[in-house]
Ligand binder design. Structure first.
Ligand code: SF4
Length: 194
């Protein structure tokens, strides 16, 4: 049966909202603010699930052509750097340090906050918020049971592969078809994630 992306996106929004209300007591102590983009510039992987990738691609397709092209080139650059073991700033970040997909940003980004400025010894987070975020990641992976998780530019690359996209959209589940790409880019099968 084909995936009902509209329904999945509504459920995902509900999961995000529930997290915000449960983590609010912790996040309200954060020192983060607009333009502070350390976490988007220097953090490691920006993991997403495939359904979050569909949402990002839809947003990308709705952008002016020049902006979408710039981001797509940034995603390609990001993949090349990461294949060499290097980190890169998120291609969705604009020159002012703001997220260009803020309203549809994935959970990886929603869970980030810090009790101290990141340049003063790295981010500091409540233990309870970390364990809450772990549960939310599992809920999102369960929702996307026929999908995968991994760094955003690699998941987006997968989704831009027509054959993969058709199988995934049709509700198909065939990890063997992405085995090589998945292994090389640390992509996890949601159904088997712990
Ligand atoms: S998607 Fe947006 S919030 Fe997430 S890392 Fe990229 S720029 Fe930052």
């Amino acid at each position: 049966m084909s995936l009902d992306f509209k329904k999945m996106q509504e459920t995902l929004q509900g999961i995000y909202q529930r997290y915000e209300s449960e983590a609010g007591q912790f996040k309200e102590q954060a020192v983060c603010g607009r333009g502070c983009s350390s976490c988007c510039s220097v953090m490691g992987k920006i993991d997403i699930v495939t359904v979050e990738g569909i949402i990002l691609l839809e947003r990308l397709e709705s952008m002016p052509e020049s902006e979408a092209k710039e981001i797509s080139q940034g995603l390609e650059r990001d993949r090349n750097l990461r294949r060499k073991g290097k980190k890169s700033a998120c291609p969705f970040l604009d020159e002012q340090g703001a997220c260009r997909v803020y309203h549809v940003r994935p959970f990886s980004c929603r869970q980030l906050y810090s009790l101290r400025k990141c340049d003063q010894g790295g981010p500091l987070v409540h233990k309870q918020a970390v364990s809450l975020a772990r549960k939310v990641v599992r809920d999102i992976q369960k929702l996307d049971d026929t999908g995968y998780s991994g760094h955003h530019s690699f998941i987006l690359k997968l989704l831009q592969n027509e054959k993969f996209r058709n199988t995934y959209s049709a509700g198909g589940f065939d990890p063997s078809s992405i085995k090589k790409f998945g292994k090389k880019h640390e992509i996890i099968i949601n159904r088997f994630a712990k």
